[in-house]
Write a protein that binds this ligand. Structure first.
Ligand SMILES: C[S@@+](CC[C@H](N)C(=O)[O-])C[C@H]1O[C@@H](n2cnc3c(N)ncnc32)[C@H](O)[C@@H]1O
Length: 199
């Protein structure tokens, strides 16, 4: 219906038009098949802002707001930053907007980067996006902050996962080898390499 929730509750008399019934039926069918609501509405709120999400990106989780808060607490002025595995761009865009600064964001997925670029431009955030494997494209000692919410689910956990996650979210965003630590094991030494002293 393209209306605010408050309008929806204030107008119980408003009937759906035929075209709205048709859309509703399609959305309901998708939801019954397990598609997460955020991939149906194509949006998710993060840190008080709306982000576009598609099945090419992980749906931003509320817990990840804690990561942003922690970075802002540790480094209120932020400096030069890079977000590794940016997905929808929610972390990088939020950091850039919160400090009115700019930074970099990397993802290995070109499709995810298209969504992230859309989000950065929708919010007019100063983030430069690059496609690459972790931090391999960056020189030594250039960043004050490296932030990341990398994939960390062990492959062996796949069978027991909620179907909304396992069957719909990108596996590249979820799984990190048998132990779940495959990305961390490469990311931590790389982060040390690209950080400035004291970063
Ligand atoms: C858990 S998701 C996080 C997405 C987003 N930062 C968030 O917090 O909602 C991990 C992201 O890392 C990306 N990724 C996985 N392996 C990567 C690699 N080797 N180099 C760069 N990005 C990678 C995935 O494509 C995915 O977008």
């Amino acid at each position: 219906m393209h209306c605010e929730r408050v309008y929806f509750y204030a107008h119980p008399e408003q009937a759906l038009r035929e075209v709205e019934w048709i859309h509703y039926g399609r959305y309901l069918d998708e939801r019954i098949k397990g598609k997460p609501t955020q991939y149906i509405t194509r949006r998710q709120e993060f840190f008080g802002r709306e982000f576009r999400v598609t099945p090419d990106v992980l749906i931003p989780r509320p817990e990840t707001e804690l990561l942003v808060e922690t970075v802002l607490k540790l480094r209120p002025a932020l400096g030069t930053f890079v977000d590794v595995g940016t997905g929808s761009g929610c972390i990088a865009v939020t950091l850039a907007l919160e400090v009115r600064g700019s930074g970099y964001a990397v993802d290995v997925s070109a499709a995810a980067l298209r969504v992230a670029r859309h989000n950065a431009s929708a919010h007019d955030a100063g983030v430069r996006f690059v496609q690459g494997d972790l931090l391999s494209l960056f020189a030594d000692g250039v960043f004050d902050v490296v932030v990341s919410n990398p994939p960390y689910v062990p492959l062996r956990d796949m069978t027991g996962m909620q179907r909304e996650v396992r069957d719909w979210e990108p596996h590249l965003a979820l799984f990190a080898g048998e132990s779940g630590l495959a990305v961390y094991e490469r990311l931590v030494p790389e982060a040390w390499r690209v950080l400035k002293p004291g970063g």
